[in-house]
Write a protein that binds this ligand. Structure first.
Ligand SMILES: Cc1cc2nc3c(=O)[nH]c(=O)nc-3n(C[C@H](O)[C@H](O)[C@H](O)COP(=O)(O)O)c2cc1C
Length: 146
């Protein structure tokens, strides 16, 4: 598989968007091909096509009603339904109070062989320490891509 990362994300007020942009920037600097899809403006068929040869999937979706934003949930289910050859996943998410998106992604991925490399879950917009975590995740992704 190629040194490619698929980023499928949705953001309501931009916090998750900031996380995914930071990760993208870090990965691109390291020579990784990043295909980024804003799920509210993307053809799900285009996402599916990229899934087929992207070993790493980044799901960006905030918490909505104690779960993932439903558009993010749709992308996660697509991975499962299509039995995509995704090997590793990362979740970037933002919440307002108690969260829940991470738990839901984990339950979606149960029973798959997808290894979750890490999660960055921020309250509201990301702060410096959380951007640092995003950079750590970028390192991990690069290691896995070889
Ligand atoms: C309709 C709606 C439902 C929400 N439900 C929750 C929730 O159940 N738990 C929570 O912690 N935050 C909840 N939030 C807050 C968002 O997760 C929070 O504002 C987050 O920072 C949004 O991320 P974004 O800027 O990437 O859209 C909700 C927000 C909206 C608009």
């Amino acid at each position: 598989m190629e040194r490619k990362v698929l980023v499928a994300y949705v953001t309501m007020w931009g916090s998750t968007g900031k996380l995914v942009n930071a990760l993208k920037e870090a990965l691109v600097k390291k020579g990784v091909i990043v295909n980024m899809f804003d799920l509210t403006a993307s053809d799900i068929g285009d996402v599916a096509k990229e899934l087929v040869d992207s070993p790493v999937l980044v799901v960006g979706a905030p918490t909505v009603l104690s779960g993932m934003h439903p558009v993010g949930a749709y992308a996660a289910l697509l991975v499962k339904t299509l039995r995509a050859p995704t090997k590793h996943a990362v979740m970037l998410t933002s919440h307002g109070w108690s969260g829940g998106a991470v738990r839901q992604l984990q339950s979606f991925l149960e029973g798959t062989k997808i290894e979750v490399l890490g999660v960055v879950d921020v309250k509201g917009p990301p702060k410096e320490a959380e951007y640092a975590k995003v950079l750590e995740l970028a390192e991990k992704i690069v290691e896995k891509l070889g």
